[in-house]
Design a protein around this ligand. Structure first.
Ligand code: PGA
Length: 236
């Protein structure tokens, strides 16, 4: 694992964006897994800025890491809307190559199988960009998630629902989500994990100190050959 200590969340975004742009330059037609949350916002802003003067996502395929069950893709709190707002609506990209799990699919198991198949048909994930939950989740793989999981439905923990409540003014945070599994994420060629803010301090400490164990999902990354973790001073 490579650790990079950034000054603040803006700096995390700048460093992450530089790494992503370098990756895109040296890997034509790459497949990315995309995170949501507060921390990646600065990265998306930097990427959008860079895309005004250079080619970025023209040959890239994108898969969102996760989605709430019960939210249609056009719901303002859906992760599909977040990624559209932060990135897709602001850069030149072939929308037919941008994928998200359908949280309102009538058959969720079939939807998970469809999403996983789409990822594998694209050749698997090349670069997975991840956030880190205070409880160690990556994607929405909550504590206890099997390291052998592919795309599946999860029950969200109370701490995750509380942490994300600010995106749901007036509405309840969904209780379930569809997420790429840990095995799907670990299949990536390269992994970038971003964490910022003092609320992530304990999770970062656990990531440093704990051996791989399912009670702290991000610890699975210790079994991967190419992981870069970027934290700001408050988190790291
Ligand atoms: P964040 O957390 O909102 O602090 O970026 C990401 C996550 O919980 O996955």
């Amino acid at each position: 694992m490579r650790w990079i200590l950034a000054n603040d969340v803006e700096d995390v975004g700048r460093i992450a964006s530089d790494i992503v742009l370098d990756y895109l330059k040296s890997h034509y037609e790459s497949v990315l897994a995309l995170p949501t949350g507060r921390t990646p916002e600065a990265m998306y802003n930097k990427l959008v800025e860079a895309c005004q003067t250079q080619q970025c996502f023209e040959h890239t395929t994108l898969f969102n890491l996760d989605e709430y069950v019960g939210l249609p893709t056009d719901h303002p709190s859906s992760f599909a809307s977040y990624v559209r707002r932060c990135l897709l609506d602001r850069v030149k990209i072939d929308k037919s190559r941008c994928h998200a799990p359908n949280g309102v699919a009538p058959n969720l198991a079939a939807e998970c199988a469809r999403y996983e198949r789409a990822i594998q048909l694209a050749g698997g994930i090349d670069l997975a960009i991840l956030g880190l939950g205070t409880n160690g989740h990556i994607g929405f793989n909550e504590p206890g998630s099997s390291f052998n999981s592919t795309t599946h439905v999860v029950n969200l923990s109370e701490s995750t629902r509380t942490a994300n409540a600010e995106y749901f003014t007036g509405g309840e945070v969904p209780k379930q989500a569809i997420t790429m599994g840990i095995e799907t994420i670990m299949g990536a060629d390269r992994i970038l994990l971003l964490a910022s803010g003092s609320k992530k301090k304990d999770a970062i400490r656990r990531l440093r100190n704990e051996p791989p164990n399912i009670d702290f999902p991000a610890s699975a990354l210790k079994n991967h050959r190419d992981v870069t973790i970027i934290t700001d001073r408050a988190a790291g």
